[in-house]
Design a protein around this ligand. Structure first.
Ligand code: GDP
Length: 369
């Protein structure tokens, strides 16, 4: 066996298998490395050469140490979440760790919201969801990191609220935190070479600092893994297929009791009881939805997974977790949320079941729209 290599930037052990984990370096880059020459992991390479931030995942120990530090600093906390995956965006226990530090909640991916939705309503809803998690944000700001929408407002809000303090940007992976940080960096002029990396004390984690003009800084923290996200069960290609990139066009399904919708092979919705109704699905416009009788659904899924019901692809079926069923009684108009995929709005006084791959959450919440 060969000696392990370490990144000369961050010190992480070089590995070529997991692009999202620390120390990842493409095998092709490793092959080009010359004898006796140091090597940078892909993340440090991008940072040095392109001033571009990419995310790494945390181990649970590092994650706890990081959260502890966030409680101990005097800082403004900016918590980035994905509007479409609030559950997958929640950092477990964050409210206990922020201590007295104020929090701004940033709802990212506003560009894929259906055109009919009023931003004020989303903001109120996010504020409510945050409070249910024990967080009491000062404010909610909606942005699209990808399109650059709302980023100026966010910076103004940060400037107003930080009151001479540092700013810590935190988020789970896949919420778009790196995209947002890169947007902030590129919006600031004269930022070249100003980014520094150092360690969070006592951890193997990098901190990336964006200097502000009063000697304080915006600190980008590593992305925290939330295992309930659909993202962890799909290949990068499939994730692209099921993640909305354009404004969602809601689709209405008229359903009778005893009918089932398959959301490709990834999730399933059973209508149990409540009479004939319209159900509105907020999913990626391209996601394949198949309607069938509930009595046939198990058998259909067994035969068609990886065939008609894709993703997952045929070669991924063997490793794909079995679907787990959750039953709900909606007393009011509610959303049945499939973490990371989207949701189906169900009318009041209905009974439904939602299925998702083992490990991915299905929850019922009061209707967003
Ligand atoms: P991180 O893990 O939180 O750093 O997330 P990334 O910045 O790597 O983004 C995760 C995924 O979300 C990528 O596929 C991005 O293209 C996508 N994404 C990030 N910001 C936005 C946004 O504002 N709108 C949309 N539609 N997608 C976004």
């Amino acid at each position: 066996t060969e000696e392990p290599l370490y990144c000369i930037g961050c010190g992480a052990q070089i590995q070529t298998t997991d692009p999202k984990a620390a120390g990842y370096t493409p095998a092709s880059a490793l092959a080009k490395q010359k004898e006796g020459e140091g090597i940078y992991c892909q993340r440090c390479f991008r940072l040095r050469h392109y001033n571009e931030v990419s995310d790494v995942q945390l181990t649970d120990d590092d994650f706890l140490r990081l959260l502890n530090q966030i409680g101990q600093v005097d800082a403004l906390i900016v918590n980035v979440i994905d509007i479409f995956d609030f559950n997958g965006s929640v950092i477990p226990g964050l409210h206990r760790f922020v201590g007295k530090n104020p929090v701004i909640l940033v709802g990212n991916k506003a560009d894929v919201l259906p055109k009919s939705v009023k931003p004020a309503k989303i903001k109120r809803w996010l504020m409510h969801q945050a409070k249910e998690q024990g967080l009491k944000p000062l404010d909610v700001v909606l942005v699209s990191a990808e399109k650059g929408w709302g980023v100026e407002d966010l910076m103004a809000e940060i400037d107003k609220e930080r009151k001479g303090r540092d700013v810590y940007v935190v988020g789970t992976t896949n919420v778009g935190k790196s995209t947002l940080i890169n947007r902030i960096i590129s919006d600031q002029t004269g930022m070249q070479d100003l980014i520094t990396t150092s360690r969070f004390p006592g951890t193997t984690l990098d901190r990336i600092e964006i200097p502000l003009d009063d000697g304080h800084q915006i600190v980008d923290t590593p992305g925290i893994v939330h295992r309930e996200q659909m993202a962890h069960y799909l290949s990068a290609k499939d994730l692209k297929l099921v993640t909305p990139t354009k404004p969602i066009k809601p689709k209405v399904y008229q359903l009778n009791e005893g009918q089932t919708l398959f959301l490709a092979g990834l999730a399933r919705f059973d209508y149990l009881s409540g009479g004939r109704h319209g159900f509105v699905a907020y999913l990626d416009n391209q996601l394949f939805v198949h309607r069938t009788k509930t009595s046939n659904a198990d058998d259909f899924y067994r035969r068609q997974l990886g065939k008609l019901l894709q993703p997952p692809r045929p070669n991924e079926v063997a490793d794909f977790p079995p679907l787990v069923r959750y039953e709900f009684h909606a007393h009011e108009k509610s959303d049945l949320v499939f973490s990371g995929l989207g949701w189906i709005t169900v009318p009041a006084n209905t009974q439904v079941a939602g299925y998702a791959p083992e490990g991915v959450s299905v929850v019922l919440r009061s209707a967003l729209i």
